[in-house]
Design a binder for this molecule. Structure first.
Ligand code: NAD
Length: 341
């Protein structure tokens, strides 16, 4: 493995991954991203002139665009972060989710097959396992938990996983799947829980919390997700699924209260709103397989990770304000479009 196509590298996890991999590996990285509303090249300004990094604007649904990037950059490995990733948006309209998450993954698998690439890693999610009972804390998602999808988003991610599995078994292709719990950290688009609550608090607005706020998520600092992906890519067994989690379950409402406390505000800023339809109650990951087999464990405890995150949003108000106003979308046209062939 030398030259990696990182699809969706301008998003939250992809951009953190690119920086982490430049620092911690010798890989050359090509960021292949369509720059949807979730793609933001300003996430990468600090490394955009690194010799081992290149940006290519492209759509994973367009085979010729993917093949051109693979051919021109002698790509041997694909890591697929590219996705429509926001559950709420999938409830408003599922089409783009099926296009990118299912059809786009299929295109990448065809490219893997046709070009005999060395490796492919599908970045999936714990949401493919559905919802866990709230009162049985001993039950966690393992890699053999049946796929049970409840939102158009998770259904599209699960469909992609099934395609990956089929392409591995039918064609013997070198495919790995990771399923991670909820990530948080720098550069997360402020429509997701943690950055949204930080931004609203800093703006002095009410903090909208779905339902009774008692949905449980297992939170992992984004850099730990990145280190796990590198581990699986390097040492994982082809055809296997690896769960990645923080062993760190929180009620949403408690996360919101913690953020308010860290920012010196009180709970009266919380406003309960009508629940999301089909809202999964609890996710919790058993990550003993990746721990036992590959020796991975998270480096950040939650107190450290959330403190770093809150501090990052405090220091980078300009970044999230531009995202919220939509101004970030100008970055590509102002800095790239005329300079890149
Ligand atoms: N955020 C989480 O907590 C979490 C947890 C587990 C797994 N995941 C998975 O990790 C991956 C990355 O998540 P994220 O939170 O960084 O998402 P994100 O929405 O922040 O980023 C997605 C990126 O993909 C790009 N993209 C979308 N459609 C594309 C297409 N057709 N072609 C090329 N690029 C396209 C976007 O422009 C964006 O840069 C997703 O596959 C998601 O399912 C996310």
């Amino acid at each position: 493995m030398k030259n990696i196509l990182v699809t969706g590298g301008a998003g939250f996890i992809g951009s953190n991954f690119i920086k982490y991999a430049l620092q911690n590996t010798g890989f050359n990285l090509v960021n292949f991203d369509k720059l949807t509303y979730a793609g933001n090249l300003e996430n990468l300004t600090d490394i955009e002139f690194n010799d081992r990094y290149k940006f290519v604007k492209g759509d994973i649904c367009e085979k010729d665009e993917v093949e051109k990037a693979v051919h021109e950059n002698e790509i041997d490995t694909i890591i697929n972060f590219a996705a429509e990733s926001h559950v709420d948006r999938s409830i408003l309209g599922a089409k783009e989710f099926i296009n990118t998450n299912v059809m786009g993954t299929h295109v990448l698998l065809e490219v893997l097959k046709d070009h005999k690439l060395e490796k492919y890693l599908q970045v999936s999610t714990d949401e493919v396992y559905g919802s866990l009972p709230e009162d049985k804390k001993e039950i966690l998602f393992t890699e053999s938990t049946p796929i049970t999808t409840n939102s158009p988003y998770s259904a599209s991610k699960a469909s992609a996983d099934l395609l990956c599995n089929a392409f591995h078994h039918t064609f013997g292709l070198p495919i790995l799947i990771t399923r991670c719990s909820n990530n948080y950290g720098p550069y997360q688009f402020p429509e997701k829980l943690i950055p949204l609550m930080i931004a609203k608090t800093l703006n002095g607005e009410k903090l909208p919390v779905y339902g009774d706020g008692k949905n449980v998520r297992d939170w992992l600092y984004v850099e730990d997700h990145c280190s796990a992906i590198i581990k699986v890519l390097s040492d994982g067994r082809s055809g296997e699924v690896y769960n990645i989690g923080g062993n760190n379950e929180w009620y949403n409402i408690d996360i919101v209260k913690l953020i308010l406390k860290k920012l010196g505000k009180t709970d009266d800023m919380i406003q309960y709103v009508k629940d999301r339809p089909g809202h999964d109650r609890r996710y919790a990951i058993d990550s003993s397989k990746i721990a036992d087999e590959l020796g991975w464990k998270p480096a950040y405890d939650f107190e450290t990770g959330i403190t770093l995150t809150v501090e990052w949003y405090l220091k980078n108000e300009e970044w999230w304000k531009k995202v919220m106003s939509g101004e970030y979308q100008k970055y590509y046209s102002e800095n790239y479009r005329d300079k890149i062939s």
